[in-house]
Ligand binder design. Structure first.
Ligand SMILES: Cc1cc2nc3c(=O)[nH]c(=O)nc-3n(C[C@H](O)[C@H](O)[C@H](O)COP(=O)(O)OP(=O)(O)OC[C@H]3O[C@@H](n4cnc5c(N)ncnc54)[C@H](O)[C@@H]3O)c2cc1C
Length: 321
């Protein structure tokens, strides 16, 4: 699909077609504001631009699950999810955002199911939930099964469901277009669109927009070993910086603790959720020393630091040279 009128003025241009970009597009076309404008005979417009075909977005590689205090398997409460999110971020988290996330997650998961995500099921037919690092009940007292899952491919399911909904809603896509610049007005106070490079034809387009939303994923490719695909090069951050805009919280980069050594292939947290135990080269289940109580299901930064400490102390995996 290509946008019909590249030279048109779009109400919104969304850069990125992963879970974030596709959800935003659906949220807009189904918003009361857009409905009101349609009722007045207007045609509010959204264009999603993606340097990849949308179904190749990295969201498709998420494996283990999505956190929501549905309480389908064990009693849960959004206040506990909220607490875990703030504690997991060492109290540096934007607490308003964390609260909204925890409060709205159950409804978002149910909405995803209605859009077509084939979640795994409990015996009595509810959305199944498993343990994940840092998910606790009673404000940190014991682990709780909070991650709603679809076998080992939650991201694939979510990406396909969102994409199908966008196609059904008739949202316009510019696929395999690479956004290279944000365009600001002369006073540099207002965004006016983006510049994008069509990787099929080599043509460069100026796309006019009243609003631009950047949903371009992370920057995991900064690191030598990463579970992130080649496209995760922090483009959104670069676009904003090049336009002279400020970034926030760029120092917060998540490290997933487990993978196949030196390959960047993720070993999902689900492995520990289902009873897998981390051992050092001496066979010791070392996480009890670092996180008594939660051990292997401590938050990801805690487990990552513990693995690093064990490796630095000479008790890590041998380097296969
Ligand atoms: C191996 C792995 C497993 C994971 N497992 C889980 C899990 O179990 N649970 C969980 O909650 N999270 C998990 N995550 C994290 C989760 O997948 C991501 O946080 C989430 O998918 C990010 O979605 P996104 O829409 O922000 O980005 P992405 O899905 O990466 O999408 C980015 C989009 O931006 C587009 N784009 C980028 N730059 C440009 C540009 N210059 N011009 C045009 N388009 C551009 C790309 O084409 C793409 O469409 C996992 C991540 C990995 C790597």
């Amino acid at each position: 699909m290509s946008p019909k009128h590249v030279e048109a003025m779009y109400d919104v241009v969304i850069v990125g077609a992963g879970a974030a970009g596709l959800s935003a597009a659906l949220g807009m076309v189904h918003s009361p504001e857009f409905a009101e404008r349609r009722a007045l005979g207007e045609e509010p417009s959204v264009l999603v631009i993606s340097k990849l075909q949308p179904l190749r977005s990295h969201t498709g590689s998420a494996e283990g699950g999505i956190a929501a205090s549905l309480g389908n398997v064990e009693h849960d409460d959004w206040h506990w999810h909220y607490y875990d999110t703030v504690k997991g971020g060492d109290w540096l988290v934007d607490q308003d955002a964390a609260r909204l996330l925890a409060q709205e997650a159950p409804a978002a998961v149910i909405n995803l199911e209605r859009m077509g995500v084939a979640f795994s099921r409990t015996e009595d037919g509810h959305i199944a939930q498993r343990r994940f690092g840092g998910h606790t009940a009673d404000f940190g007292q014991q682990p709780v099964k909070r991650a709603a899952y679809a076998a080992d491919r939650i991201g694939h399911q979510i990406l396909h469901a969102l994409w199908q909904q966008c196609v059904a809603a008739g949202i316009a896509f510019a696929e395999e277009w690479y956004v290279t610049d944000l365009v600001l007005d002369e006073a540099r106070t207002k965004v006016e669109g983006v510049v994008a490079f069509d990787t099929h034809t080599g043509a460069v387009h100026a796309v006019h927009a009243r609003n631009v939303l950047l949903a371009t994923g992370g920057a995991g490719r900064l690191f030598h070993t990463t579970s992130n695909s080649w496209d995760l090069t922090g483009d959104g951050m670069a676009l904003a910086l090049n336009a002279g805009l400020q970034l926030e919280d760029v120092e917060f980069m998540q490290f997933h603790p487990t993978g196949l050594a030196h390959t960047g292939i993720l070993l999902s947290e689900a492995a520990r959720a289902e009873g897998g135990v981390l051992r050092n080269a001496e066979g010791e289940a070392f996480m009890q020393r670092y996180a008594p109580g939660h051990a292997d299901l401590a938050a990801r930064d805690v487990v990552s630091r513990a693995i690093r400490s064990e490796t630095d102390a000479g008790r890590g995996v041998a380097d296969p040279k």
